[in-house]
Design a protein around this ligand. Structure first.
Ligand code: ASP
Length: 457
């Protein structure tokens, strides 16, 4: 007999069914036993007599053969979709036993210690809240993909083993076995490759891209995050902003959110500093904050391109590959550094920065000048970015892009306080991976093969 999902039972009153799933809860009422059976679709109540009862406990995986019955009026449960029916079991088989889980699964889990939740993440993900978060995240990505395909974007993967990019964070590096002493870097973002795809003529690219940054951890930031990485050719700042704005409006409205203000308000960096004393701000009213599903998006533009770091040297505020604002290109070439504005745009939502991008320099002269200001010698520049400067000799269209962070957007949309609540297997706050214990030691043979010797600290 074919399997019936829990939700489908409502439409099968009087019919025989075969259900498979987990025991969500068991209640013994004398001669009658009630089981809430959970599968991917939801929950349905199973009833059986004590005669056929086994020792099934919570989280056992069982198979129920029985018949769907309409519940009597006083037994209807309005809280579940299948609340009008129940399945009278004739036979129940155990497909897998389960030990008592280390924490309650029928709860939101917020009071369970993080290390325990992450060690048993596969159980933690069984809770309704987490299942819902990950399903909605999947829906979100699906909606974005559909939108982008309809707008002639091409989804292209870029390498994970690559060369270090100067994007402000430390790289994760990977030893190259075949070239001892040499290393790959894991991408901080696909920035250079997506620009090279514009050189290649794709014009509209996107990727659900994993980005890895070896930054000092904060409570809410892991080493990896996922961004909706996009790049477009023959565009100006307002075109990329308009594309991202239209996409998020369509996608979030389709998912039931309310966008507070359309079009998204645009502020200059100067304005937001004066108004909110920070470049992230929340435009929702108190009432809107209490009501979930309101998204208050805003753009911030006109950031300074450079700032002085602690050592007193010039560094970039956002992205070294950006173009200065058109009217500031002269300043860059003349060395009036402090007042140069970049074409960067940041997207803010409900108090968080949820993405940023820029129009890129497509003139090798500008790019070299930026690197010169950042203090790179001609040799280092050649070594680090020779490939970009070379590519820029062969007809680079004007281009720009943006990379909204999917984890953060989902956190905001789902009203969660941590990005870990919207990632299946996040790291702990100290950088341990969920479930599997990494980082961990490797064997002497592995090290030897890589030509690596560990120094005692
Ligand atoms: N590469 C940038 C980042 O990862 C985004 C962009 O400018 O497209 O933040």
């Amino acid at each position: 007999m074919q399997r019936t999902l829990a939700v489908e039972t409502s439409k099968k009153i009087g019919q025989p069914v075969l259900l498979q799933g987990w025991v969500n809860k068991r209640r013994d009422h004398g001669q009658i036993i009630f089981i809430d059976l959970r599968d991917r679709s939801g929950i349905v109540q199973v009833v059986c007599s004590k005669k056929i009862a086994g020792d099934w406990r919570s989280e056992y995986v069982i198979e129920v053969s029985g018949e769907v019955k309409k519940r009597s009026a006083q037994n209807i449960n309005p809280d579940i979709v299948t609340g009008q029916v129940e399945v009278a079991a004739q036979e129940i088989k155990v497909l897998a036993k389960a030990e008592t889980p280390p924490f309650e699964i029928n709860a939101d889990g917020r009071d369970v210690e993080e290390l325990v939740r992450l060690k048993y993440r596969y159980l933690d993900l069984r809770r309704t809240r987490m299942t819902r978060n990950l399903r909605l995240r999947s829906d979100f990505v699906n909606h974005c993909r559909q939108y982008l395909f309809q707008n002639e974007f091409v989804e292209i993967e870029t390498p994970l083993l690559t060369k270090s990019t100067p994007e402000g964070a430390r790289d994760f590096i990977v030893p190259a076995r075949l070239q001892p002493g040499k290393f790959y870097a894991l991408p901080q973002s696909p920035q250079q490759y997506k620009q090279l795809l514009m050189v290649a003529g794709f014009e509209r690219y996107f990727q659900i891209a994993r980005c890895l940054r070896d930054e000092d951890l904060r409570a809410d930031r892991g080493f990896e995050h996922t961004q909706l990485d996009m790049e477009m050719s023959f565009v100006q700042r307002q075109d990329v902003m308009a594309m991202a704005e239209a996409m998020f409006t369509t996608v979030f409205e389709a998912m039931g959110a309310t966008i507070k203000q359309k079009p998204f308000p645009v502020f200059t960096y100067k304005e937001v500093l004066a108004k909110f004393e920070a470049d992230k701000f929340d435009l929702r009213t108190k009432a809107e904050k209490e009501q979930s599903g309101v998204l208050a998006f805003a753009w911030v533009v006109d950031f300074p391109f450079f700032e002085k770091n602690k050592q007193g040297n010039w560094t970039f505020t956002h992205n070294p590959f950006s173009d200065p604002m058109p009217q500031h290109k002269e300043k860059l070439l003349n060395g009036e550094i402090s007042s140069i504005l970049t074409s960067q745009y940041d997207l803010v939502c409900n108090g968080y920065e949820v993405g940023g991008g820029s129009i890129r320099a497509n003139d090798a002269k500008i790019l070299s000048k930026v690197f010169e200001i950042l203090g790179y010698s001609k040799t280092v520049m050649q070594e680090q970015f020779g490939h970009m400067l070379e590519a820029f000799k062969y007809g680079v269209p004007p281009h720009g892009g943006i990379a909204p962070g999917i984890d953060r957007l989902m956190m905001v949309f789902l009203n969660e306080v941590s990005m870990k609540e919207v990632v299946a297997f996040p790291q702990t706050s100290s950088g341990q991976t969920a479930v599997m214990t990494a980082p961990s030691s490797v064997s002497q043979e592995q090290l030897k093969e890589l030509g690596i010797k560990i120094l005692k600290k």
